[in-house]
Design a protein around this ligand. Structure first.
Ligand SMILES: *Cc1c(COP(=O)(O)O)cnc(C)c1O
Length: 549
């Protein structure tokens, strides 16, 4: 005690001696000024983006003010824009666009005929399994069943649980069945959402609210593998949260858990791992991430959006995975997409929590709205009851054994593709594919050339970056006879050709992807992506039509 008192007295004397002989106004102004400066400095230094990233952006903004640079960039962007629009027009066979409502409604026959026309556009034969992911099942009986169930519930809206008690029951059952699949305890719970992205955003939102209300965290951060789905970045942008991306091991492609631990601060509100991650299809070390969660008292989300209806059935299908579900202490939430390997129509996913306390923070409640006390569980207000019903129908149609059977077929197929590709000269398989994705890279040539070659043979694969590779996500459609053989043969043929006669110039996606990864100004790549989205919504007819009109 005495030492503390002595310390205080010393400090008082020191401050007094510092202020001696100075006018009071000067002392006040200096103190206030210094405080403001320190506060500003703190704001400036500690933002969502690091100082380095902001510095880089500032530099590129300056460069782009130079008129010649700006003109050149605009010229390039216009070119990209035009070529994208052209491609969109080619894809619809230059049919032109409707741009206003028909003054008199069409007859049912006309609409059906036109719909047939619209659905007939496109040259990719996805039904024979040429597309990576995209369509997870093409079963005609299932299609008919879901269409019928959708029709029966087309007008329902779970926002009005009193008017549509049946659809409420279906949603509650879908969530419960998923919690059971993932070994949730008696307090486990969740909600359905419109897709994996929304499921992830809801988990981030729940943990942000929890951190704010219970722990008083004002500047929340989440820590995720660099390979975590971009939906985490989207959620953080929407919810004003800082995201820290953790590097992966360059051989296993799994997140570096030590680096993850180092990135944890008192502001960390959530850790995440993927089971499996999208780029290379490997499962992050969920148990180790969950251990960190327990050690630092931070919620842990497992993103099983992709593998949601594969990984829980793999053991019974004969493939062992390390633990990833609610059995693991520390795992507090899991997202699983029913609209991927659950074979439900697009627009459905499930977010699950180990405990009801988390779900409460996901809810949105507006008690004072003149429109009534308003409470919703997810981002949407009104929701499509028909999609919930169709999802429920898909789960009931397959049952536990149906999913085990499909899982076995899909994992068997993936292993065959992996095995085949490992023997192809010039091709390397990235990491060890744990579930349904095989990612291919090359140390000998630009891997995007392989992707272009595969496109010419009718395949539609995913291009990945950092590091450059491409992947195929295996679905039920790839388990059809002959698909694996064709895939491996085509990759072999193209890779051999590239190795024998390396093309001098890169074309197609090889040029675009190669260029996009080497552009240091990422905002430029962003603007190119805007061009794509603009083209998606474009209803400008091509020159050819304009001449005909
Ligand atoms: C597909 C996917 C998501 C996002 O799901 P959407 O349904 O496309 O919104 C999230 N994580 C992983 C690993 C995915 O594969």
């Amino acid at each position: 005690m005495e030492a503390v008192e002595a310390g205080v007295i010393f400090l008082q004397d020191y401050v007094n001696s510092m202020c001696e002989g100075k006018p009071a106004w000067k002392i006040v102004v200096t103190t206030a000024g210094t405080t403001l400066l320190l506060l500003w400095l703190k704001e400036f230094l500690f933002q969502g983006e690091s100082l380095f990233v902001r510095g880089k952006k500032f530099f590129f903004r300056l460069v782009r003010r130079i008129p010649q640079v700006r003109a050149k960039i605009e010229e390039e962007i216009n070119k990209v824009s035009e070529s994208m629009e052209k491609e969109m027009n080619e894809n619809i066979k230059h049919a032109g666009y409707l741009t206003s409502l028909p003054s008199k409604g069409w007859s049912v026959e006309e609409i059906i005929k036109e719909t047939e026309e619209y659905c007939g556009y496109g040259t990719f034969d996805w039904e024979s399994g040429c597309a990576s992911g995209t369509v997870y099942n093409g079963n005609k009986i299932l299609t008919e069943l879901m269409t019928k169930v959708y029709g029966m519930s087309a007008w329902t809206n779970p926002l009005h649980a009193d008017v549509f008690p049946g659809v409420r029951k279906m949603e509650a059952e879908v969530v419960r069945m998923c919690c059971t699949i993932y070994n949730g305890g008696p307090l486990s719970c969740g909600t359905m959402t419109s897709g994996g992205t929304e499921s992830i955003i809801m988990a981030i939102k729940a943990y942000r609210e929890y951190a704010k209300n219970v722990k008083g965290i004002k500047n929340p951060e989440i820590v995720v593998p660099i390979t975590a789905h971009a939906a985490f970045d989207k959620g953080c942008q929407l919810l004003h949260i800082r995201i820290k991306h953790i590097p992966i091991d360059p051989v296993s492609m799994k997140v570096d858990v030590n680096a993850m631990e180092k990135a944890i601060t008192k502001n960390t509100i959530m850790l995440a791992g993927s089971a499996p991650q999208f780029p290379h299809g490997v499962v992050d070390p969920i148990e180790e991430i969950a251990d960190l969660g327990v050690k630092y008292d931070i919620p842990v989300h497992v993103d099983a959006c992709l593998g949601g209806f594969l990984i829980p059935f793999m053991k019974e299908a004969g493939y062992l995975l390390p633990l990833f579900d609610f059995c693991v202490e520390g795992v507090t939430s899991i997202s699983a997409d029913t609209h991927k390997y659950g074979y439900a129509p697009k627009g459905s996913s499930v977010i699950m929590y180990s405990d009801e306390k988390w779900r409460h923070y996901q809810y949105f409640v507006c008690p004072d709205w003149p429109g009534g006390i308003y409470a919703t569980s997810t981002i949407s207000g009104s929701r499509a009851g028909g999609i919930i019903a169709a999802c429920w129908a898909s789960l009931m149609y397959h049952g536990h054994l149906g999913y085990v059977e499909y899982t076995k077929k899909i994992i068997d197929t993936t292993k065959l593709i992996e095995k085949g590709c490992r023997t192809i000269p010039g091709i390397k398989v990235m990491g060890k594919p744990d579930v349904s994705i095989v990612a291919l890279g090359s140390d000998d040539f630009n891997i995007y050339m392989l992707s272009d070659g595969m496109s010419k043979k009718g395949w539609n694969l995913n291009a990945l970056q950092f590091p450059p590779c491409i992947h195929i996500a295996v679905t039920v459609l790839h388990t059809q006879p002959g698909v694996v053989e064709k895939f491996v043969n085509d990759v072999t043929e193209i890779a051999t050709e590239i190795m024998k006669n390396p093309p001098k110039e890169l074309g197609g996606s090889a040029a675009i992807y190669g260029m996009a990864q080497s552009v240091p100004d990422r905002s430029l790549v962003g603007e190119m992506a805007w061009c794509y989205l603009d083209a998606v919504y474009s209803t400008r007819a091509s020159e050819k039509e304009k001449n005909q009109m």
